[in-house]
Design a binder for this molecule. Structure first.
Ligand SMILES: C[S@@+](CC[C@H](N)C(=O)[O-])C[C@H]1O[C@@H](n2cnc3c(N)ncnc32)[C@H](O)[C@@H]1O
Length: 251
């Protein structure tokens, strides 16, 4: 099976994040409400990164909508919303999520390596935790630049290779299994969510976005980095050891 088919099969099992809400009936308003609350409790920094309301009135493409919590924030903030995802599961969940609040979006199933949109269609492209799962992330970045209008903006999040999350994978699957020589890249490819997941350094992402006029990146320490650490010691770990890199880039 091709890598993109394996990635699709993985994410078709359930829309991203849905596994965290097991005690409520799926796709009900209560279920979506809990999903949304849990997402921003875990990743409150999304609001600072996306600044949803600042982009009011813009035409948006979100790549990899998942269960649609961020897509709902874009719709609430008054953007003209378009979204793609590799899976039916995510498209159906996001449609239902927006419908709960009376919003709609142009949502379609597509591999973002080949976006079904004309050149220079969007003011803003947003993609949180998606592109590193693709078989060919560079192809998606090329497509983002193609569909952005001149001066248009990309906001996204990628996984960071040198992080506490990667170190914990190494402890568990490399050191713990007597194979300490295994690289972070190999461990993340084989043991992080869908098969073939990648993670980057800021330098590598700067190169990937080399054709953009502006690029900035900042690491973020996440609850996934410090999970199961004794309470109170999180404050001693710097963002540089974090699992997320938040990117802003302009065409
Ligand atoms: C970790 S989830 C993130 C979803 C959402 N952005 C969030 O933060 O909850 C990854 C999502 O990316 C989608 N995805 C993976 N590869 C993709 C591709 N090549 N094109 C479009 N979507 C893709 C998956 O189907 C899945 O819904």
């Amino acid at each position: 099976m091709q890598l993109s088919d394996q990635v699709k099969a993985f994410w078709e099992q359930e829309p991203c994040g849905a596994g965290r809400v097991k005690d409520l009936a799926e796709f009900t308003p209560e279920w979506f409400k809990r999903l949304e609350a849990q997402r921003y409790a875990l990743e409150p920094f999304i609001h600072a990164a996306a600044q949803f309301t600042r982009h009011h009135g813009k035409t948006l493409l979100e790549i990899g909508v998942g269960a649609g919590s961020d897509h709902l924030q874009w719709a609430r903030a008054g953007l003209r919303c378009h979204g793609v995802d590799l899976t039916e599961a995510a498209i159906e969940a996001t449609k239902a999520h927006l419908a709960v609040y009376g919003f709609a979006s142009n949502l379609q199933r597509a591999n973002a390596e080949n976006l079904p949109f004309a050149d220079e269609s969007f003011d803003l492209v947003y993609s949180w935790g998606v592109i590193h799962h693709a078989a060919h992330p560079e192809a998606i970045v090329r497509e983002i630049r193609r569909v952005l209008k001149p001066g248009g903006e990309f906001i996204g999040m990628f996984y960071k290779r040198r992080s506490l999350v990667a170190f914990k994978l190494w402890l568990r699957y490399a050191l713990g299994r007597g194979r300490p020589w295994r690289s972070y890249a190999d461990l993340i490819w084989n043991h992080m969510e869908s098969p073939g997941t990648k993670a980057y350094t800021i330098c590598e992402l700067k190169q990937m976005f080399g054709n953009f006029t502006h690029f900035s990146a900042r690491p973020v320490l996440t609850p996934y980095d410090t999970a199961r650490f004794p309470a109170g010691i999180n404050q001693f770990f710097p963002d540089q050891w974090g699992w997320f890199i938040v990117i802003n880039a302009c065409k």
